[in-house]
Design a protein around this ligand. Structure first.
Ligand SMILES: Cc1cc2nc3c(=O)[nH]c(=O)nc-3n(C[C@H](O)[C@H](O)[C@H](O)COP(=O)(O)OP(=O)(O)OC[C@H]3O[C@@H](n4cnc5c(N)ncnc54)[C@H](O)[C@@H]3O)c2cc1C
Length: 501
C-alpha cells in the first residue's frame, strides 16, 4: 500500500456541492484540503451537476433576496416574489415529513438558509430569478409561485463550476478517479481513507475526514434492500457514482444510521431514459407538469391526486407511486387547453410522446394501457370536474372533482379539447433519505452510542434525519451547502487545533 506522499489536514470524499462547500469551509479554517472524487474529471460533480438549480431558502422581503442576487429596480417593480418566511418553510418541512424531520437539523436549515445562500454568493456562486419555471405573468406582473423564486445561474452545473473555481483558487487539491473504499483508524480516531486510484490502492492520511459522497441511489442492491422490492427497477436521475460507499464505510466503523432509510426522493422520469442520468440532458427527462393533466396506469386507471398541491410538494413522492403501478409506468395525458403551460422539459427531443386528435385514437396509442378502461376513466373524470370554480394555474385554485376516487383537488379540467398529448414516464430515483447521524454543532458523525467519532464528519445527501416520505423541491442544494459548510468548518477547526497541539 503506497501512502500519498503529502498528508492533508482534511480529506473530503466526494466532489458535489456539499463536498465543495466542506472543502472551502475547511480551507477557510486554515486547513490543507484534498478532495477524492470517484468519477473522472469529465463525469465529476455528483448529482449536484445534474440539478436544475432551484434553491429553497427562507426570505421575508425583496431585501432578503437582494442578499443573494442582483435585482434591478424594474425587476422589483414588475415582480411579485411572494415570501418563504421561516414559518412557511417550517410548515412545508413539517407537513411533508409528517412532522418527523429532526427538529434541530430542520431549524438550522430554515434559520440559516438565507445566510448560507449569501455565503455561496461570497464564494462566487451566482443566483438569478427563476423566471422560466416558477413564475407567470398575472395582470401584467410577474408572479412567482411555489416559494422558490431563485435558481443558480447555469443550474446545478453552474453552481458546481463556480465552487470548483473557488476551490482551485483556494489551493484545494482534487484527486479524480479516486474511489474511497475504507476509513483508516488509529484506535477510534479516523486518520485517513483507503482509496482505489486507477485500480491501485492508495492511502490518504488526514487529521479529519469529511464524507460527502452521496446516498445509495445508484446501487440497485441497496435500493431493493432498504427501499423495498421493486426499487431495483427504478432509473437513476443523476450520477452513477453514488453507490452508498460513504454510508457503508461509516457504518463499518460503528456510525449511527439515522433518518428514513426506506424513503427516497423519486419523480416521474421518461420511460425510455437511460439507466443513469445524462449530464447533457440534466434534469430534463423529468415531467413535472402532471398537475395539469391525468396520470394513467396500465389498467387505464388514475392512481394519485395529480392536483393535490404544486408539483414542488408532490413530485418527490409520486415517482414511488409510479413504481408501484403494473409495469412500473404511467402516461401523463393532457389536452390542448394546457399544453402551453407545460414546462420546458416537455419540449426536448429525447422523450416518449404520442399525440392524437380524438380520445379514441389516443387510447390506441398509449402503449401498454387498457384502451377501454382509459376511455371509461376519462369519461368519469370529465363528468366529475367542478365547473363552478375558475381555473387559475398560479394558485391552488380549488377547482377539483366531485365523487371520484382518487379525487383531483386543484387544476381539474375536462380532457376534451384536441389535440391530445401523452408522455410515458417511469420512476426516476434522485437520492435516498437514510443517512448518518451527525452532531448538529459541528457536523461530526456520531456512533451508535451517540458519541462523536473522532476525526469523522459528513455532509450532503449522507446526512440522515431531514427528509421523511417527501421533500420540498430546491432543498437539497441549500441543505448540502449548509451542512457542507458546517462539516468543513468542524473538520478544518479540529485539524488545525490538532496540528497546533
Ligand atoms: C436530476 C436532478 C435534479 C435535481 N434538481 C435539484 C434542484 O433543482 N435543486 C436542489 O436543491 N436539488 C436538486 N437535486 C438534488 C441535489 O442534486 C442533491 O440534493 C445534491 O446535489 C446533493 O449533493 P451532495 O454533494 O450531497 O451529493 P452529490 O452531488 O451527489 O455528490 C456526491 C459526490 O461523491 C462522489 N462519490 C461517491 N462515492 C464516492 C467514493 N466512494 N469515493 C469518492 N467519491 C465518491 C460522487 O462522484 C460525487 O462527486 C436534483 C438532483 C437530480 C439528480
Amino acid at each position: 500500500m503506497q501512502p500519498v506522499a503529502e498528508p492533508f489536514d482534511v480529506v473530503v470524499v466526494g466532489k458535489g456541492n456539499a463536498a465543495l462547500c466542506a472543502a472551502l469551509a475547511a480551507r477557510d479554517q486554515g486547513a490543507s484540503v484534498a478532495m477524492l472524487e470517484a468519477a473522472s474529471e469529465e463525469e465529476s460533480g455528483g448529482n449536484s451537476r445534474f440539478a436544475g438549480g432551484v434553491m429553497r431558502f427562507a426570505y421575508q422581503s425583496v431585501d432578503d433576496l437582494k442578499r443573494v442576487t442582483d435585482l434591478s429596480d424594474a425587476e422589483v417593480a414588475e415582480s411579485d416574489f411572494g415570501t418563504n418566511t421561516t414559518d412557511e418553510f417550517y410548515d412545508d418541512l413539517f407537513r411533508l415529513s409528517s412532522f418527523r424531520t429532526d427538529p434541530v437539523l430542520s431549524e438550522m436549515l430554515v434559520t440559516q438558509s438565507l445566510d448560507v445562500m449569501a455565503w455561496l454568493r461570497s464564494k462566487g456562486a451566482k443566483f438569478v430569478p427563476n423566471f422560466g419555471r416558477q413564475s407567470a405573468l398575472v395582470n401584467g406582473k410577474r408572479k412567482f409561485f411555489g416559494r422558490l423564486p431563485i435558481e443558480a445561474s447555469g443550474g446545478g452545473p453552474g453552481l458546481v463550476q463556480a465552487l470548483d473555481k473557488a476551490a482551485s483558487a483556494a489551493g484545494i487539491k482534487v484527486f479524480y478517479a479516486t474511489r474511497a473504499k475504507r476509513l483508516i483508524q488509529d484506535g477510534d480516531r479516523v486518520i485517513g481513507v483507503h482509496a482505489s486510484v486507477g485500480g491501485k490502492p492508495v492511502e490518504f492520511m488526514a487529521k479529519a475526514v469529511v464524507l460527502a459522497c452521496g446516498g445509495f441511489e445508484a446501487n440497485p442492491e441497496m435500493r431493493a434492500r432498504y427501499l423495498g422490492p421493486g426499487w431495483e427497477l427504478a432509473k437513476v436521475r443523476g450520477t452513477r457514482f453514488n453507490q452508498g460507499d460513504g454510508i457503508k464505510m461509516a457504518l463499518e466503523i460503528g456510525a449511527a444510521p439515522y433518518g428514513n432509510w426506506s424513503g427516497c426522493h423519486a419523480t416521474g422520469w421518461d420511460l425510455n431514459a437511460p439507466e443513469f442520468g445524462d449530464v447533457n440532458v440534466g434534469d430534463q427527462f423529468q415531467k413535472h407538469s402532471y398537475i395539469f393533466g391525468l396520470l394513467i396506469n396500465a389498467n387505464g386507471r388514475r392512481f394519485v391526486d395529480e392536483g393535490a398541491d404544486f408539483h414542488s410538494f408532490t413530485y418527490a413522492k409520486y415517482g414511488g407511486e409510479v413504481l408501484k403501478q403494473p409495469g412500473q409506468f404511467a402516461w401523463q395525458v393532457f389536452d390542448s387547453k394546457v399544453t402551453k403551460l407545460l414546462r420546458s422539459e416537455y419540449r426536448i427531443r429525447m422523450m416518449t410522446k404520442v399525440s392524437a386528435n380524438t380520445l379514441e385514437e389516443l387510447a390506441g396509442k398509449l402503449e401498454g394501457v387498457d384502451p377501454k378502461a382509459f376511455l371509461d376513466t376519462v369519461r368519469a373524470f370529465n363528468a366529475a370536474v367542478r365547473t363552478d370554480v375558475p381555473f387559475e394555474h398560479t394558485i391552488k385554485d380549488g377547482r377539483g372533482t366531485v365523487g371520484i376516487d382518487p379525487p383531483k383537488s386543484n387544476w381539474a379540467q375536462a380532457l376534451d379539447t384536441p389535440p391530445f398529448e401523452a408522455y410515458a414516464t417511469t420512476c426516476g430515483i434522485t437520492f435516498t433519505f437514510g443517512g448518518l447521524r451527525i452532531d448538529p454543532s459541528n457536523g461530526q458523525v456520531l456512533d451508535v452510542t451517540l458519541a462523536r467519532i473522532p476525526g469523522l464528519f459528513c455532509a450532503g445527501e449522507m446526512v440522515g434525519g431531514l427528509y421523511y416520505f417527501n421533500y420540498p423541491s430546491g432543498t437539497g442544494l441549500v441543505s448540502g451547502a449548509l451542512f457542507g459548510r458546517l462539516a468543513g468548518t468542524g473538520a478544518g477547526h479540529a485539524s488545525v487545533m490538532e496540528r497546533a497541539s
